[in-house]
Design a protein around this ligand. Structure first.
Ligand SMILES: Cc1cc2nc3c(=O)[nH]c(=O)nc-3n(C[C@H](O)[C@H](O)[C@H](O)COP(=O)(O)OP(=O)(O)OC[C@H]3O[C@@H](n4cnc5c(N)ncnc54)[C@H](O)[C@@H]3O)c2cc1C
Length: 629
């Protein structure tokens, strides 16, 4: 499939008009959005009978929304005579700033203006319009309709001076949401196949950005929170040596010895403060860092289990710098993780405008939900009908904006860069993009980009793990353990990563006397334990999950419903050295001035809030950059 070539038409009247132009007292006129390439002049007050091309242009312009010309500042569409049309600054001389900025941008060829001179506060100019493929719209393409791509599209629509006319989002599958996938069963029960809970908005700027997004989408009444008083917030377990062990959840409990730890947690905490810091700030594995500072038990049982829960990965592979940057920083700054945590509590936290979105996206009022989360002391939250409500709400907001074109079942096959543009080839055709936000997995992107071999090999080096997610529903179960769920440390002889007690966190989401669990298997151990994800028998994995619930939770009865998804390459693996790889990737894009931003879980955080926060920040950064040029 090929793109239509740029049309360069003969411009028979160009030279004569230029010679006849009197450069005094004229107003700047800029014509854009034309289907052919022309230069066009007119004198103020003079009515030109425009040649054919211009007449055609006029009808194109007439149908284009004024928003098309937003990048011209206060530029407006106006008709000077029946046949002439122009886009011009409002007719007064009090707009030199916008005009000057535009003028210099135009001179550099950005807006296709070839020349002009200033006169009595106005500009004399002539317009030279250029176009490709029959349309002059500035197009931004978003690859991938997961939470990152949708968030980017959403915030692009909210930008005050959007430097694009069209936002095209391509999603290869038949649904939006990516890994966010809440299955709503006929009777209303929810099975989450992907993420199920989001951290409290009080936890991090990213978590805060997430609740702000929820708020702006009008989903406030659908938020269901787990508050710190509830068992699902207080009780988290690890399964060690054939038994469930509650992790200490109060200061009092950290002072006494709690199995499976051989000493109290307080012992490890005090000891850590006396261990000298590493002399270099180079990256190391999560395993090495925690073993060095807290010893093998804490590393294995607590951190090993935690990393299985978040990254489905082995601590010996994971990068400390990428996964726990603040703890690494604490060691560097204070000489100890615990001293660092205490120090940050006493340090005056300056209120910072983390996303500086105000000037681009409009004022962001105080988040009501943030206040609610503080008052009610949320631990985690979700949405009434599952987290898929979030992409669904984003999609319906996007639908309302005429500039947005969401194309499902449209896989991007190739992206190549031509000058300042990118040609995106999909299975259905191709589009010339002025900018691209890619939100797909880095390795997949590396197979799309052409002519950037170093960048591709870096993108290709980011691996991801496969997780089997088994939802299990039981009827009339007398289940005694209350809590969020349990994780299995990596040294234990079990092939499940962990089990989440869904109906304990969100009892309203199950019907009648049912109990829902989700069991996760695989991660970095998938191939070793189960072989090729494409060939493994899903029934076999479901039977392993049922056995695990029997063995670890004592549930002997069979489930009444199960569902399994084998999520291939679903969580990027942040290996030691990941931040350097990401830095190099971003550097490569910058050096080559690629019109490309990289979003999604492959780079700077795997959680939903990270994806949302990074997508929003990048939209703000790019819009600012383009608008300031
Ligand atoms: C099992 C599981 C549990 C998780 N639990 C949690 C949790 O509890 N809390 C939390 O915060 N996070 C959790 N996460 C992480 C979180 O869900 C993901 O990081 C996040 O959803 C990633 O979103 P994304 O938009 O960056 O990428 P994706 O969701 O991968 O979206 C990318 C989209 O691009 C599409 N695509 C791919 N290739 C192409 C192409 N060539 N052309 C067009 N489209 C393409 C895909 O179909 C997909 O829809 C979990 C993840 C998994 C897998």
């Amino acid at each position: 499939m090929t793109c239509s070539p740029v049309r360069k038409l003969h411009q028979p009247w160009r030279g004569t008009q230029r010679r006849g132009m009197k450069k005094t007292g004229a107003v700047l006129e800029v014509l854009k959005s034309c289907p052919v390439k022309y230069s066009y002049y007119r004198r103020p007050g003079q009515t030109l009978v425009a040649p054919h091309g211009i007449r055609r242009l006029y009808s194109t312009c007439r149908t284009a929304p004024c928003g098309t010309f937003k990048h011209l500042g206060k530029a407006q569409f106006c008709t000077l005579s029946g046949t002439n049309c122009c886009v011009r600054q409002p007719h007064n001389s009090a707009i030199p700033k916008d005009n000057r900025r535009f003028f210099s941008a135009a001179k550099s060829g950005k807006y296709f203006l070839n020349g002009g001179t200033s006169c009595t506060g106005r500009y004399v100019g002539y317009s030279h319009f250029s176009t490709t493929s029959g349309t002059e719209d500035r197009t931004v393409v978003i690859i991938g309709g997961g939470i990152s791509g949708l968030t980017a599209a959403y915030y692009l629509t909210k930008v005050k001076n959007l430097p694009f006319d069209k936002i095209v989002l391509y999603e290869s599958s038949d649904r939006l949401g990516g890994w966010i996938n809440s299955l709503q069963l006929d009777d209303g029960t929810i099975f989450e196949q992907g993420p199920r809970t989001i951290r409290s908005p009080t936890a991090t700027p990213a978590a805060r950005a997430t609740i702000e997004l929820v708020e702006s989408l009008g989903l406030v009444d659908d938020v269901i929170a787990v508050t710190s008083k509830e068992p699902a917030a207080k009780n988290r377990y690890i399964y060690v040596d054939g038994k469930l062990h509650a992790l200490p959840n109060s200061l009092f409990k950290t002072l006494s010895k709690q199995s499976p730890f051989s000493k109290s947690l307080a012992h490890y905490v005090f000891k850590e403060m006396s261990i000298p810091a590493k002399s270099t700030s180079s990256d190391e594995s999560v395993y090495d860092f925690f073993s060095r500072r807290f010893g093998a038990e804490v590393t294995n049982y607590a951190i090993g289990a935690l990393c299985r829960g978040i990254y489905a990965a082995d601590t010996k592979l994971l990068s400390m710098k990428a996964c726990f940057p603040s703890l690494l920083e604490a060691e560097n700054k204070y000489g100890s993780v615990i001293k660092g945590i205490l120090g940050s509590l006493t340090e005056k936290t300056k209120p910072q405008n983390v996303d500086s979105a105000g000037d681009i996206l409009g004022p962001n009022g105080e988040s009501r939900m943030l206040q609610r989360a503080k008052n009610e002391r949320w631990s985690v939250w979700s949405l009434q009908e599952g987290l898929s409500q979030l992409p669904v709400a984003l999609a319906s907001e996007l639908k309302r904006d005429h500039r947005v074109d969401v194309q499902l079942n449209t896989c991007c096959k190739e992206v190549n860069f031509r000058g300042s543009k990118a040609i995106v080839q999909t299975e259905k055709g191709c589009v010339e993009a002025d900018y691209i936000f890619s939100s797909i997995y880095a390795k997949t992107l590396s197979q799309l980009l052409t002519g950037v071999s170093k960048l591709n090999s870096l993108l290709h080096s980011i691996q991801a793990v496969t997780v089997a997610v088994v939802n299990l529903e039981y009827s009339d179960l007398e289940f005694k353990v209350e809590g969020f769920g349990h994780l299995v440390p990596p040294d234990q002889p079990s092939n499940v990563i962990g089990v989440i007690y869904d109906s304990c966190s969100f009892p309203d989401r199950v019907v009648g006397n049912r109990t829902v669990f989700t069991c996760m298997l695989g991660g970095t151990w998938f191939k070793e334990q189960f072989g090729d994800p494409d060939k493994v028998d899903p029934d076999y994995l479901t039977s392993l999950a049922i056995s695990a619930l029997q063995e670890q939770l004592g549930i002997t009865q069979p489930p009444c419903r199960t569902y399994i998804g084998i999520q291939k390459d679903c969580i990027p693996l942040y290996r030691v050295g990941h931040t350097e790889v990401v830095h190099e990737i971003f550097q490569q894009c910058k050096e080559a001035s690629l019109p490309l931003s990289l979003l999604g879980s492959s780079y700077k955080g795997v959680g939903v809030p990270d994806c949302i926060f990074n997508a929003k920040q990048e939209v703000i950064r790019i819009v600012k950059k383009i608008n300031s040029n």
